[in-house]
Every structure is written in structure tokens, then in C-alpha cells.
Design a protein around this ligand. Sequence first.
Ligand SMILES: *[C@@H]1O[C@H](CO)[C@@H](O)[C@H](O)[C@H]1NC(C)=O
Ligand SMILES: [Ca+2]
Length: 148
Amino acid sequence: MKVQAFAALLFLLIAVNEAVVFEKCELARRLKNAGMSGYYGYSLGDWICMAYHESRFNTAAVGPPNSDGSRDYGIFQINSRWWCSNGQGRTANGCHTSCNNFLTNDISDDIECAKRVVRDPNRMNAWVAWRNNCKGRNLSHWTSGCQL
Ligand SMILES: *[C@@H]1O[C@H](CO)[C@@H](O)[C@H](O)[C@H]1NC(C)=O
Ligand SMILES: [Ca+2]
């Protein structure tokens, strides 16, 4: 019984922190509720297109090392050189957090950090995958079929 209770607790702890692959419309709803529609002039389509091309909506995504040795974390692939600390190498840690916090199924902190990133002069050009795949395109299909 004790062992079972422990196993149940362990499972709960794992489940709470479990990574998740978001479905497009669920992500759209979360982003809208967090005030991302029109944030700094960017549409929900911009954010969803960016997340898709950066992480395929996978909150557990960790990118390969960048040329400066940093890595990118989570659904928005937030960079360890500038925005979070992974305990390796220099970081400005602009979002004042551990990069591991961007790998959980709770994306509220990822969203807050993405807002901080886009307030920088580069805006969404900070995300190379957005620049290459989303910028200046018709993004209406990223929110089509979603009840928002
Ligand atoms: C974007 O694409 C949608 C669906 O294909 C279309 O209905 C809409 O007119 C397009 N918008 C622009 C600005 O081209
Ligand atoms: Ca998180």
C-alpha cells in the first residue's frame, strides 16, 4: 500500500511536469488568452507558425548546439545565451529562469519570455524559423478551424 501510494505520487509528479505536443487550436486558445493576438503587432498566426517551425509544438524540444554553444528550449525554442540559464556558458538570462522551465507542459512562462523577446528591437526576427517560414506570408490557415 505504501509502495502503491509512493508510485501514485511519483506518477503524479511526473505527469505534472510531463512534456506535451500541443494541438494547433489548443495552442491558439492559450496564446489568445495570454494576450498574444496583436502583441507588438503580431497575429496569432505569426506565433503559431513560429512555434510550429521552431518545435513542431513540442514543449520538450531542445535544439542542437548553436555556433556559440548555446541551445534553444521548448515550444518557442528560447535561447540560453540571452534568455535563460542552462548552467553552461555565458547567459544574459533576460527572462531570469532556468531553461528547463521551458520544457514543461505549462507554457505560461514560455509565453511571458516570448513577450520579453519580441519587445527587443529585432522583434520576431529573433526567431530564424519565423523569418524563413512565416514572415510576410498569409498565415490565416494557422488559425482556421479554431474556435477562438
Ligand atoms: C489568405 O488565405 C486565405 C485562405 O487561403 C484567403 O481566404 C485570404 O483572402 C488570404 N488573405 C490575403 C490577405 O491574401
Ligand atoms: Ca514552462
